[in-house]
Structures are given as C-alpha cells and as structure tokens.
Design a protein around this ligand. Structure first.
Ligand code: PMP
Ligand code: GLU
Length: 387
C-alpha cells in the first residue's frame, strides 16, 4: 500500500509550520469549524454518566436506531438498526466492507478522480483496482457506458462517491439512474455509495444510490459525522448494508477493534438526532468560500476549472504547467507541482496523482476567506515563474 497522500502532505505542512514557516494549508479535507456546542455537551454528559465500559461492537442500540430514522427521513432508505454498524470513521467503515467483500483477484471499479484510500484499501484486500477515468469535459463524472464497458466476470464491486472528494461534483438523479440500470443488469455486482459529503451541497440534490429499488440489496451506504457536523477528530462513521454483510463487518470489527469510543458515540447520537442550525451556517460559509476560490482561480492563466457543487474541494487541471521549470525546479508531475507550491508559495495542496488524475491538483477550501485569498495570490505568483 502507498502512504495516504492527503495525510502525508498535511504532515509535511505541519512540520514546516512548526519550524516557523508561514504555511497556508489547503491540503487536508476537514471543516475548520468547531464541533457545535450541543454535541460537545452530550459528550461531557456521557463522561459524567460513566459511559466508560466497552460499548457493543456494532454500536449503541439507540445510536443505530437514530441512524435508521435518519436514513429513512433524509435518504428515503429503509435500514433496520441491525443493518447498521458504527465504526471508527467512514474510512474504517469502508475497509470493513472491502475486506468482507473482496477476495484476492476480484476486480473493483473505482471511478477517477477518486478519494485516495479507496485504491489502497482494495490492494490491502488483494483485490484488483480497475480505474475508470472520468473526463473533465464531463464534469469528472463517469457515464453509464463507461461503467458497462469496465464490467466483466471478475468484477465484484464499484465504489461510488457523490458529492465527490476530490472534485466536488454531484451526480444528478438522471445520471445515477443510468448507472443504476447498468448495475441492476449485473446481478453479482455490489456498490459502495460513499455519501459522507451529503450535507455539503450548494446546487442540486443529494440522491442515495440505494434508493434505486432494483439495486437496494447490493448497495452499501457509507456515511459519518466527520464532515457534516465538523467532527473529524471524533472518528465516527457508519454503514447501512444488507444484513449478511453488516454481520460480516460486525464479526471483523469484533476481532480488530471492538466497538467505537463510547463518548464519541454519545456525541454522534446528539449530532444525528439534534436540530442545530450550525449545519446550514457551515454550508453557507462553504458556498461563499467556493465562490471566492473559483473566481480567484479563474483569473489564473492556463488553469482549467469546473465549478464544484458540493464538498469543499476544487480540482483544477494544471497540466499546462507539467514539463515546465522556474530555472531551478523541474515540474514532471502534479506531485512535483504540489511540492513546488509548498516550497515556493508556502501553500499546501495535494497532487492529483494520489486521486488517479495526474493532470490536476486538489485544493481544500475549508479555511477562512482571507487565507484563501492570500493562498491563491501566492499560487498565482509561483505559477507565473514556470516556463
Ligand atoms: N470518504 C471520503 C470521500 C472522504 O473524503 C473521507 C475523509 N475526508 C472519508 C471517506 C473518511 O472520513 P472519516 O474517516 O473521517 O469519517
Ligand atoms: N479525507 C480527508 C481528505 O481527503 C482527510 C484525510 C484522509 O483521511 O485521508 O483530505
């Protein structure tokens, strides 16, 4: 497995900042907001109420019940609490499913640009990643024809993600219906639908893949509280899955980690069943930042950009700058460009290679507007030196 590039770049920028360098980090994907007070209060109460013993492996019954209600209310999905497993972040939920489902030699279709960990988690399971590249001209979305062409007898799984990390693109209901029709035809094919950014959408609607009834039995819906509730550090993710697969994940988790931190689960219960207005406020802040960063990037010559509709990333095409040099540093690929921007512009980004899109770089705009403005100014100056 490779090292996670999102985490590696973040680590590097933290180290440089610790040495006193003025680094602006647009590398890690996490909200810069504090966890809302009503959620923190629930965690403090859980400590005082002595939630200090091993929790049940699949999660507390009341949290699974609350997630079951959430799935029905927000996504129109019917998952009983028994079909829901709580894990240490959606990343852990994903690896539980992949290890449970994928046998050595099984092919797994990963539409690119993809989130870094999908690829390496498939490798960990002995699976064979089959990358299907979506075109910038198609807003980085794969078509039903592309999906159909990638499926063969060895295909076990497709990993689908909308809103997308790293592109911020959101598939429309019609586009998803096209993909669902292909999936329905191939009865041995499973789908992971990673919906972790469902609450951060600026235009259009979020559609759950499992809501296409013909494929419900073969879709595993992945979600968590990290992004929607500014709770990345609490480490709570969950799945809604066919019962037999939820049981397999439960068995695996019982041998690997046991149940997830009791206090974090009580906080997640408050988040999921609460009624704070913070979510809407965070979404509006992300929308303003998206508009700002896109308008600034659009003024940089030779960058190609698609305006995202969700999440908090932009994924400009920087292929024009590959092969160029500032007289000292030669830029071969997008990782070199990310390193160049870190060293010369003191802005941390992530090269597109890590997302299966070597012509792009990812910028996370989950930071304040002044820093975004300064970061893009620095990037623009550093790029102007490349010829
Ligand atoms: N899926 C996607 C698309 C992500 O971007 C992330 C992390 N940002 C995760 C899953 C994992 O999230 P977490 O483990 O924090 O729940
Ligand atoms: N998922 C976030 C990102 O893409 C956090 C880092 C990670 O978990 O890889 O930046």
């Amino acid at each position: 497995m490779a090292v996670s590039q999102t985490l590696a770049m973040t680590q590097k920028s933290r180290e440089l900042a610790a040495c006193g360098m003025d680094i602006i980090s647009l590398s890690i994907g996490e909200p810069d907001f504090d966890t809302p007070d009503y959620i923190k209060a629930a965690a403090k109460k859980a400590i005082d109420d002595n939630f200090s013993q091993y929790p049940p492996v699949p999660g507390y019954a009341d949290l699974r019940e609350a997630i079951s209600v959430k799935f029905l209310k927000e996504n129109g999905l019917c998952y009983s609490p028994a079909q829901i497993i709580i894990s240490a972040g959606a990343k852990h939920s994903l690896v539980n499913i992949i290890l449970s489902l994928v046998n050595p030699g099984d092919e797994v279709i990963i539409p690119a640009p993809y989130w870094v960990s999908y690829y390496d988690q498939v490798i960990l399971a002995g699976g064979v990643p089959v990358v299907v590249s979506a075109a910038l001209d198609n807003d980085f979305k794969i078509t039903a024809q592309q999906l159909e062409a990638a499926i063969n007898d060895k295909t076990k799984l497709v990993i689908f993600n909308s809103p997308s990390n790293p592109t911020g693109m959101v598939y429309s209901r019609e586009e998803m219906a096209g993909l669902a029709t292909v999936i329905e035809k191939h009865q041995n094919l499973f789908v992971i639908s990673d919906e972790i950014y469902e609450h951060i959408i600026f235009e259009g609607e979020h559609v759950s893949m499992a809501s296409f009834t013909g494929i419900y039995d073969r879709v595993i819906t992945v979600n968590g509280v990290s992004k929607g509730y500014a709770m990345t550090g609490w480490r709570i993710g969950y799945i809604g899955a066919p019962l037999w697969l939820a049981d397999a994940c439960n068995k695996l988790q019982g041998q690997l980690t046991s149940g997830v931190c009791s206090i974090a689960q009580r906080a997640a219960l408050a988040a999921i069943s609460g009624f704070g207005c913070e979510q809407a406020q965070m979404r509006e802040a992300f929308r303003r930042r998206r508009d700002l960063i896109c308008s600034l990037l659009e003024n940089i010559e030779h960058i190609k950009l698609r305006k995202p509709q969700g999440a908090f990333y932009v994924f400009p095409d920087i292929s024009y700058f590959l092969g160029k040099s500032d007289g000292h540093v030669h830029i071969e690929n997008s990782n070199d460009l990310a390193m160049y921007l870190l060293e010369k512009a003191r802005v941390a980004t992530v090269g597109g290679n890590a997302f299966g899109a070597p012509g792009c770089i990812r910028l996370s705009y989950a930071t304040d507007e002044k820093l975004i403005t300064e970061a893009i100014k620095r990037i623009s100056e550093a790029l102007a030196k490349l010829e």
